[in-house]
Unconditional design. Structure first.
Length: 195
């Protein structure tokens, strides 16, 4: 039936991986139910699972690690304070990221007045750190809606459905914004590094 041991191993790995994802979702639903009852251990488990990704998302949107830490903490507080609003058929992660993105949008609206000019970057033999700095400067030039869509999809690897839910827009709008963001980013990249 199977000609190669690697085929059997690949099939087994796929089943184990997909089973783990199902188990994680079920475990998260249990934690949410226990949080609603006031279980602090469940609350700590949810924080431990989502904290790093939430801070990373906020950092990518706000471009400031310290402010991102504040937003993540505020998102957790608001999320747990209003956990009764989370529908049973919705994932806690989507609910939490939606709160985080909204808080980031609020903070960016307050800071919108300050726009900085982009200094052209000289072409160089790039390292990862240098490229990251250039990417951050280029992302800062995109309008918030385009930047947020690009960050959530490409950097945070959210699905189109998840991005649509977090941004409160239809999937078609996500696709359109993503296309525009990619095109603008590509043009900025070419101007900056000449590639």
């Amino acid at each position: 039936m199977y000609n190669d041991v690697s085929q059997v191993q690949a099939m087994f790995d796929t089943r184990v991986f997909s089973g783990a994802a199902v188990d994680q979702a079920a475990q998260e639903r249990q934690w949410v139910a226990r949080c609603r009852e006031g279980d602090e251990t469940a609350l700590s488990s949810l924080i431990a699972r989502h904290r790093n990704r939430l801070v990373r998302t906020a950092t990518n949107l706000l471009r400031d690690r310290h402010e991102a830490e504040d937003v993540a903490q505020e998102a957790f507080l608001k999320g747990f304070r209003e956990i009764h609003k989370l529908r049973e058929d919705r994932a806690f992660s989507g609910y939490l990221y939606k709160i985080c993105v909204r808080l980031c949008m609020d903070r960016l609206r307050l800071k919108r007045a300050e726009l900085t000019e982009f200094d052209s970057v000289q072409p160089h033999e790039g390292g990862t750190v240098e490229n990251r700095v250039v990417i951050e400067k280029l992302l800062a030039q995109l309008p918030y809606e385009l930047r947020a869509t690009l960050v959530l999809r490409e950097m945070e690897q959210l699905s189109y459905d998840e991005v649509a839910e977090v941004m409160h827009v239809p999937i078609g709008t996500v696709r359109s914004r993503l296309h525009t963001a990619r095109e603008r980013f590509r043009k900025l990249w070419i101007e900056a590094v000449g590639e």
